[in-house]
Write a protein that binds this ligand. Structure first.
Ligand code: FA5
Length: 513
């Protein structure tokens, strides 16, 4: 405790010390007196007090005192009567006045008649019947008697310097007057008082000297050699600093950029596809039979415009058809059905980025090392790990001697660089054999979450494309990586534009290249 106190004392500013000393000698000292006694200006006193309060050394109490006085209109009413009083005086004589004559009879402004009538009714002094105002019994009573509000007007007239507090008998009248416009002036004065807290008392008990301390080195200090003898005030490096929210990239953009950096550093080149793709490239080139469940309308977005896409090179189309129907020379018997060109022409919003890999294989000669990052679309129902539109990173390596071990090694390396440790699980995709899925454990959900699919392309995929070398391929979800990286329990958070969350996210964790 006393070590803490010593440290706190060493970090006190000279103004804080002066204020504490003042408070020690007079617990009721006001900020103004402190300013006068110490020569500090009042702003410095208040800022030292604020600083001491934030360190729980003193408590600052704020009081607001209101002073009430009459405005010019208020004074006019106090001297010559409220407009409803003027009407009452006429009514006392005549008992009734036609509405149209009200202003002239009572000698009040036309503008005031509305207000006056309102108050007459409120005070129950008069009633209106068929365009004529009549005095009531209560009204008669008040002809020679002041109302509670009128008593306050009188009182304020006598106390022209202003009144801070009203006695009980005037309080109702005061309330009534505050409900009327332009009668009362309210001046607010704020005063502060300080109280030592236990920490402040402990500091004073230990004691300190008030010496000028340097908080900054100046050119003069250095030139004159004064820096050698100066006493320096230590910085509190744990003091709270203002939080600054710098502009930064969206977390998804950060992770996408990191992924691109990793693959480019691993010697991959980047390719890009289109959002609108033919069913041929999205499904058929991947040996997905035309009645495969993934092609159903409930899983895939089919487009009306364009309704169809062009098919590629007819030799490739024929070979693909043959492979689907009989297996051609791939060593398998295919899917054994009649392949349809029309179905292959359908245009779809790509459901994955794997069509980019088959197109790339068709258009390039091995050795190939390609990756692609892009958006994909599926008719999914939203839940904590599913979106209908999300990003995948696709990868493809094709060369003589490429094996399943290379696939596992590449994926492990990639995830490691991003800071993830994953496990592999056997899986099935119609276009790969062997196939695997990478997964990561989610503590909060107590379950494994799938990050991506991968495998060695089957001969049924490679042969029609004219590829005789083995090829490894993978397609990995990016939002799921962001979810884990940024500790988001629900994938939808990434698209919510929650400004508080975005501001407080760290700028980047950085890639270990
Ligand atoms: C595929 O898309 C395969 N094309 C991957 C592949 C490529 C396998 C090459 C073999 C060779 P899958 O449908 O499992 O696989 O999706 C891959 C990853 O995308 C998933 O592991 C998951 O991380 C992510 N993903 C899938 N659906 C959604 C969704 N609705 N919302 C968010 N992420 C999703």
């Amino acid at each position: 405790m006393s070590e803490d106190i010593k440290k706190t004392i060493s970090e006190l500013h000279i103004y804080e010390k002066k204020l504490l000393k003042e408070l020690e000698s007079n617990p009721d000292v006001t900020p103004e007196q402190i300013a006068e006694n110490t020569g500090m200006n009042i702003k410095s006193v208040m800022s030292a007090a604020g600083s001491l309060a934030s360190k729980e050394i003193i408590e600052v109490d704020k009081k607001v005192q209101e002073t009430y006085s009459l405005t010019d209109d208020g004074m006019e009413y106090a001297e010559h009567g409220l407009p409803e009083r003027k009407i009452l005086e006429v009514l006392a004589d005549k008992k009734e006045i036609p509405m149209k004559d009200l202003a002239s009879e009572a000698g009040i402004d036309k503008k005031e008649t509305g207000i006056a009538l309102g108050w007459l009714r409120q005070k129950n002094w008069a009633q209106i019947d068929k365009g004529v105002i009549n005095i009531t019994d209560i009204g008669k009573e008040f002809v020679d008697k002041a109302g509670v509000d009128e008593k306050v007007l009188d009182y304020l007239k006598l106390n022209a310097d202003g009144v801070k507090l009203f006695t009980d008998d005037l309080r109702d009248g005061f309330k009534k007057l505050t409900g009327r416009k332009n009668i009362l002036n309210i001046k607010k004065e704020t005063s502060h008082s300080f109280k030592l807290l236990p920490k402040g008392e402990a500091i004073l008990k230990v004691g300190f000297e008030i010496k000028q301390q340097a908080t900054q080195l100046t050119h003069e200090h250095l030139k004159e050699g004064e820096w050698k003898s100066l006493e320096y005030r230590p910085y509190d490096i744990n003091a709270e600093a203002p939080v600054i929210f710098a502009g930064k990239k969206h977390p998804l953009r950060i992770i996408i950029d990191e992924i691109r950096e990793i693959f480019l550093n691993m010697g991959f080149s980047e390719d890009n596809g289109e959002f609108v793709e033919s069913a041929f490239w999205n499904f058929d080139s991947l040996f997905q039979p035309q009645d495969h469940a993934a092609r159903e309308m409930q899983d895939t977005f089919y487009l009306k415009n364009p309704l169809t896409c062009d098919l590629p090179d007819m030799d490739l189309v024929k070979l693909t058809a043959e492979t689907h129907e009989t297996g051609a020379d791939t060593g398998s018997i295919g899917w054994q059905y009649d392949w349809s060109e029309d179905i292959a022409r359908q245009s779809v919003l790509r459901t994955h980025t794997t069509g980019i890999s088959t197109k790339h294989l068709f258009e390039h000669e091995p050795p190939i090392k390609m990756f692609s990052v892009g958006r994909v679309f599926r008719r999914e129902t939203f839940d904590y790990k599913h979106l209908p539109e999300f990003h995948q990173v696709e990868g493809l390596v094709c060369d003589e001697g490429i094996s399943y071990q290379n696939l596992l090694g590449t994926l492990k390396e990639f995830y490691k660089k991003l800071g993830f440790e994953v496990r592999f699980r056997p899986a099935y995709f119609p276009y790969t054999y062997l196939s695997t899925e990478t997964e990561i454990y989610l503590e909060e959900k107590e379950s494994w979450i799938e990050l991506g699919g991968a495998g060695m392309f089957r001969p049924e995929v490679l042969k029609p494309l004219g590829i005789n070398q083995p090829a490894l391929a993978f397609g990995l979800g990016i939002e799921r990586l962001a979810m884990i990286r940024y500790d988001v329990e629900d994938i939808r958070m990434l698209y919510k534009s929650d400004i508080k969350w975005l501001r407080e996210l760290p700028i980047s964790k950085g890639v270990q290249l």
